[in-house]
Design a binder for this molecule. Sequence first.
Ligand SMILES: Cc1cc2nc3c(=O)[nH]c(=O)nc-3n(C[C@H](O)[C@H](O)[C@H](O)COP(=O)(O)O)c2cc1C
Length: 325
Amino acid sequence: MATNADRIAFRNALGSFATGVTIVTTCDKAGQDCGLTANSFNSVSLDPPMVLWSLARDSLSMEAFRDSEYFAVHVLAADQEPLSNGFARRGADKFAGLTPDRGAGNVPLLAGCAARFQCRTAYRYEGGDHVIFVGEVIAFDHDDRAPLLFHGGRYALAARRAAALTASNAEEIDTPGSFGEDFLGYLLGRAHFQLYGRMQACLARHRLDATDHFVISILGIQNGRTAAEVEGMIGFTGARITPEHVASLSARGIVRPDPATDRLWLTDTGRGILIELAAAAKAAEEEALETFDDNEAALLKHLLKHVIRHTDPGLPDPWAPADAA
Ligand SMILES: Cc1cc2nc3c(=O)[nH]c(=O)nc-3n(C[C@H](O)[C@H](O)[C@H](O)COP(=O)(O)O)c2cc1C
C-alpha cells in the first residue's frame, strides 16, 4: 500500500466491519503473564472447534505467543471497556491488580467476560505485518452478558432487532396535521407518561402533583435552592412554582422555606418522601427496561441524552456542582 493516506483509508474501510472485542492472553516461557486487546478474532471451524486472531509483528507480546503452545481468547462484556483499554496499552503492566484463574498451559483466565476460549495453537500463518494464530479450542465457557462492541474505530452500542414492535409497520402518514407512530414526540411523550403512570400511586399517597414532585426531586439533588432557581432547572417542563405551591409543601412539613434567604430546604419528612419516590421511579425504570440487555439499556439512554443535549435551550444543569449551577 503506497501512501499513508491509503493506509488510513484502508483502516477506515475495515472499521466499517463491526466486531466484538477480545483480550488474548498467554503465559511466556519465564512464567510471565502476557496479553493484549484484539478484535481480529473470528470463528474458523465447528468440527474440530477452531478460532483465529492476528497479532501485529511489532507487538511486544509476539515472542510470548510464538513460543507458547496455548492461549486464551476472552470475549469482553459491555462493562469491560476499561479492561480493554488497559490491555491495549503497549508494554503496560496489564495484569496489575488482577488475580486471574489458570487454564491449560498456565494461561491466565480473566473473569467477568461474555465468553472464554482456551486454545492450543494449531497453525501459524504469515499475514503481512501480522501473524495469524489458529487455535484448536480445548475448553470454553460462556455467560449471558451483553458484549462490548467496536465499530468505526470506537466502542459501540447495539440493540438486537426485536420482532415487529407495531401493528402497522409505522408507515409515513401524509395527512396534514397528522403524525405516524414513528413520530419522535409521540414516542417520547407516550414512553414518559406510561413510565410516570407507574409512579402515580406513590404521588397520590402523599397528595403530590407533578410540580411538587419536581420541587422535591430538585431539592434532593440541590437542597437549599430558591423557588426561582428550582423553576429554572425544571424549565423544560413548563411548570411554575407559585408561592401557593411553596406554602402547601411547607404546611405539610415537606419543605422548609427560609424567609431570610428565600431558600427552600427539604425536611426529614420531605427526604423520607423523596426516598419513597426514588424507589418507585427505580422500580418503574426496571420494569420498563426488563426485556433489554445492558447494551440496549445503555443505547436507549445514550440516544435520549443526545436528543436532550441537542434540543436544550440552555437550562441550568441540576447535576452540576452547587457553586457552578
Ligand atoms: C479494539 C482494539 C482492537 C485491537 N485489535 C488488535 C489485533 O487484532 N491485533 C493486534 O496485534 N493488536 C490489536 N490492537 C492493538 C493492541 O491491543 C495494542 O497494540 C497493544 O498495545 C499491544 O500490546 P503489546 O505491544 O504490549 O503486546 C487492538 C486495540 C484495540 C483498542
